[in-house]
Design a protein around this ligand. Sequence first.
Ligand code: RI2
Length: 317
Amino acid sequence: MQTALRLVEETASKIRRMEIRGATAILRASLEAIREFAQRASDEELRAEFSRAIELLLNARPTEPAVRNALLYITYVFREHKENVSEAREAVIGASQRFLQMLDDALSKVVEYGWRRIPNGGVIMTHCHSKTVVNILIRAHREGKRFVVITSETRPLYQGRRTARELAEAGIKVYHIVDAAMRWAARRFKPDLALIGADAITSTGVVINKIGSKLLALVAREFDFPLYVATTLLKLDLRTVAGEYVPIEMRSPSEVWPDAPPNVEVLNPAFETVSPEFIDGIICEAGVIPPHDVLRVFKELYPEIWNVSSTSHHASL
Ligand code: RI2
């Protein structure tokens, strides 16, 4: 029989291999895994393996602060009840459910604010695959707006194709380009705005997103169209408040060039930063806000998560 921890290991490995990808999908899968772990584990296993289960999910991909916020909160709840294992079980299941609900509520608000920003008759550039961005664009289309989207393929794993396919299936006209053609496309199509997702946000409003995002920001600056980031603030990396940097994941060189000749060192950073001066607005669950406001708004929206996180930072200082 499979142990409950084995199920968590499977989810963590799918996240590592990027069978589950996109910050929101990773958060959802991690929450579901920990909820299932709590539902299935024996009393003994829950007590002995809870921390291991959390660690497996935390370490699956390093640049996933939403997962970190959720799992830190759930760990806090578990510890509060750890004297009584059945209470601890209920508390973990309840907290996972609450977080999942919070995520759904947040995303539907982001879409609600986001679709209104899409200009009718406009041209929109995006990069990689963000479920949040795709949902906004599909909603705008359903609301009767007509526009064209330029998607870039997003080497090395081609997530841009997924974006192109999902938009096209929804009836949206898509032009698909190689990443290096971003500037060419901007010159040719004169976009009205760029819209990207986020993997992480820092306390000062820097956005971390798929490699190539800064390139798009520079193109938007050169051709004078705004760049918006659509994301729930649950992706705010609260360690950045305590002075830490967001780790940028370096992935395997084999994703880029599996049989590269000896002496060629292939580098494969997954993400890069887009600083606040390149961002015209963060489309989040509180509306369209300036990047420098993210921490203040986060504290207002999610005081419990903020309290747990600041307590754990103070403990480690
Ligand atoms: P949603 C993706 O990263 C992309 O960088 C995308 O912009 C971001 O997650 C957010 O996606 P990866 O997991 O949460 O493909 O909006 O490395 O779906």
